[in-house]
Design a protein around this ligand. Structure first.
Ligand code: SER
Length: 318
């Protein structure tokens, strides 16, 4: 019987992924876990257990006790935070992955999902329509950890037959849980500010084009990849996923269709350099061809669902 453990379930992807997995496989089939003792509010109806992925003993005992078959490992430091704490970022992003890959190698679990990112690319990568296989010279701690992790996933698959699957997520946009520590987070923050007081100061400049995706598409892609027959998975490092590419100005114009007085100003900080090192658009033909990927949300739909649903209290009344 399928039993899923989501590690880092309290984060931006985790909360929505847990809910999707529960709706697909039933509540009894899913265990959410995060480092905090207390269960995140969004998952109050879910099975929850506190877990630090670096605590290998506890991870092993949860897997064995609950008969876990599939792990989605989402605990990580993102790009901006990782630059400030490089050693811990490396430890968390890599040791967590090793702990889970070893469990799979020893046959305790059947399948692993591990997220990679557009951060694996760097300034020397072709910027538009970035191919699946291309130059990868990441310039951030986060990108270095994701690129190394991808190669470890491919190695564990090649050497030990571990069924590990991965996606290079673009910037992810959602309203139920605030993101934390990413460079693409401006494209989430902007909606809270637009709704709160009609203005936003962006930490990346007006020309910054980045690939982005609405969370419903991202979690659907994740489960589709994990549920695809093994024979369809041709890439064991990580799949490119494209979504939609836009600048803060594009976003402003779309927001102004609903809030005409909305104003944006620019105060780029250290995250500009990170954004400048990443692709502007992604070629995801491999994901389309291998396991039938197709994204659904365009900019218009994304903006309207975000403006309708962001709860400004989440950001401003703490
Ligand atoms: N959204 C992530 C970040 O900005 C990229 O994977 O760090």
């Amino acid at each position: 019987m399928k039993k899923i453990l989501v590690i880092g379930a309290g984060g931006q992807i985790g909360t929505e992924l847990v809910l999707l997995l529960e709706s697909k496989f039933g509540k009894d089939a899913v265990w959410a876990s995060d480092i905090k003792e207390e269960c995140p509010k969004a998952l109050k109806e879910s099975n929850y257990t506190a877990l630090n992925v670096l605590d290998n003993e506890k991870l092993s005992s949860i897997v064995k006790e609950k008969g876990i078959t599939d792990i989605y490992l989402l605990a990580a430091l993102l790009s901006a935070t990782a630059e400030k704490d490089p050693k811990f970022a490396w430890k968390l992003n890599m040791d967590g992955l090793f702990n889970v890959l070893e469990l799979a190698k020893e046959g305790h679990i059947k399948k692993v999902f591990w997220p990679s990112s557009i951060a694996v690319f760097g300034p020397t990568t072709p910027k538009t329509n970035t191919p699946q296989h291309t130059i990868m010279e990441p310039s951030t701690v986060y990108g270095i950890s994701k690129q190394a992790g991808e190669q470890w996933c491919a190695w564990y698959h090649e050497k030990y037959g571990v069924d590990v699957r991965s996606i290079r997520y673009p910037g992810l946009i959602s309203y139920s849980t605030l993101p934390g520590g990413g460079t693409t987070d401006y494209a989430v923050d902007i909606f809270y500010h637009a709704k709160h007081n009609g203005e936003y100061t962006s930490f990346v400049n007006e020309e910054t084009t980045l690939p982005m995706m609405y969370m419903d598409d991202a979690v659907r892609a994740t489960v589709e990849l994990m549920e695809a027959p093994e024979s369809k998975i041709k890439i064991r490092s990580s799949y490119n996923l494209g979504g939609i590419s836009f600048t803060p100005e594009d976003l402003k114009e779309e927001i102004q269709k609903q809030i005409p007085s909305f104003k944006i100003s620019y105060a780029p900080d250290f995250r500009q350099k990170i954004a400048d090192s990443w692709p502007a658009s992604i070629n995801d033909e491999s994901a389309q061809n291998d396991w039938g990927w197709k994204h659904e949300y365009d900019l218009k739909k994304l903006v309207s669902v975000m403006l309708e649903n962001v709860d400004t209290k989440q950001m401003f009344d703490k």
